[in-house]
Design a binder for this molecule. Structure first.
Ligand SMILES: O=C(O)CCC(=O)C(=O)O
Ligand SMILES: [Fe+2]
Length: 386
């Protein structure tokens, strides 16, 4: 069964024009509005002074890499994200990806719908050939209930790795350059991911392979192309609701002209600056669990504006059968395990339910361990996962 709201693309709504205000399905409760929690007006907004890491230096040896790894540790601990230089991708290449993304979303609806994330249900359970939502493809995020407040964005979501898992029927043929660009970007973005992951291990005093072994060689990588149409009343809606990422690390290529990504830091929403030739790396839920909370996945959201905006985001997740758990080396008497063990796949599957419900997966799946010493009021302390 597919919720009736599933078929309404935001872009088509926005294009219909004469839209005085967004339909009520998108309008946030007053307490959640970006103006309440953090101003949408440029003059009232505060820019996040995010750190920058040069990933080419992470590959060097000796003191240079140790310096950069120390910087990385501090960036992850105080921000949970950082801008990336030295990624080796020329600016025209990144521009081409964003241009192809824009071109795709500007195709006529019937062309994009060839890749729809609403598919005819398989007949396995004697289903009647009705429709079914699945995450891959083009459309809006999953709608579960009538009450759910919808985000002001459309997206194209594709598994890009491992290669054998690609479902090319969802990969757009237009614009013709998009597939090739995505293949190339997949290769290059993985290098950034691998390098940062190795440095993250070093930053904690471990061997470079420490986290890489835990996530496996055949990581699952998903590309999310998000299109935020112009919005007539940006102060009423979210482009993307507050969330943390379902990833070990996320690599983001952001719109070069229009900002909108915001980070929750010390109770305030700060604007991530518009980046030009830099990428952004964000710590996700899985590194939070594996690092036993030494690194925390930052809560972030997107606010809209009267201008369209795009992003191309790569989520890196452990091989599905891998166990997701606090690393034993980071668990001790001083710091008990803060998260329970579960399979990477169970966590990944839970993400979509949590996201539709507007919750963090870690909370939705009750992955946190309640420790007596931290919460004396909690009678039933759960034992550590070790
Ligand atoms: O569009 C953006 O700037 C960020 C998107 C994001 O946070 C996500 O796709 O998880
Ligand atoms: Fe995100």
């Amino acid at each position: 069964m597919v919720h009736p709201a599933q078929g309404q693309m935001v872009q088509d709504l926005a294009a219909a024009g004469e839209l005085g205000a967004p339909p009520s399905r998108y309008v946030l409760r007053e307490k959640d509005r970006p103006t309440e929690a953090g101003a949408v007006q440029a003059a009232q907004r505060e820019l996040a002074a995010i750190p920058t890491i040069d990933v080419s230096r992470l590959a060097e040896s000796g003191d240079v890499v140790d310096d950069e790894a120390a910087k990385l540790r501090s960036a992850l601990q105080s921000w949970g994200l950082f801008a990336v230089t030295g990624h080796g991708m020329p600016e025209p290449f990144l521009d081409e990806i964003l241009a192809a993304t824009r071109e795709f979303f500007h195709l006529p609806p019937e062309e994009k719908e060839k890749y729809s994330n609403v598919v005819v249900a398989d007949d396995v359970d004697g289903a009647d050939g009705g429709e079914r939502f699945q995450p891959e493809g083009y459309g809006i995020d999953r709608v579960d209930t009538d009450e759910q407040i919808l985000d002001w964005c459309d997206r194209l979501y594709l598994q890009v790795q491992p290669e054998e898992e690609r479902r090319l029927e969802f990969w757009p043929e237009h614009p013709p350059a998009l597939r090739g660009l995505l293949e190339e970007y997949t290769r290059r973005s993985e290098q950034v991911f691998r390098r940062v992951l190795a440095a993250t291990a070093r930053a904690l005093g471990f061997e470079e392979e420490f986290f890489a072994d835990k996530v496996g060689e055949r990581v699952a990588a998903y590309a999310r192309f998000t299109y935020y149409p112009p919005c007539p009343r940006p102060e009423l809606v979210y482009g993307l609701k507050p969330h943390t990422d379902n990833s070990v690390l996320t690599v983001l290529l952001l719109d070069k002209h229009v900002g909108g990504l915001q980070l929750l830091k010390d109770g305030r929403w700060l604007d991530i600056p518009v980046l030009t030739n830099e990428l952004l790396v964000v710590a996700g839920d899985e590194i939070e669990i594996m690092s036993n909370g030494v690194f925390m996945a930052p809560v972030h959201r997107v606010v809209t504006s009267e201008r369209e905006r795009m992003s191309v985001v790569m989520f890196y997740q452990p091989e599905p059968h891998k166990e997701l758990a606090p690393s034993e080396e980071l668990v001790g008497e001083e710091r008990p395990a803060l998260y329970k063990k579960l399979k990477a796949k169970a966590f990944g599957d839970g993400f979509w339910d949590a996201f539709a419900a507007g919750e963090r997966t870690i909370d939705f799946l009750k992955v946190k361990v309640e420790h007596q010493q931290q919460q004396p009021e909690t009678a039933a302390a759960v034992s550590t996962s070790a």
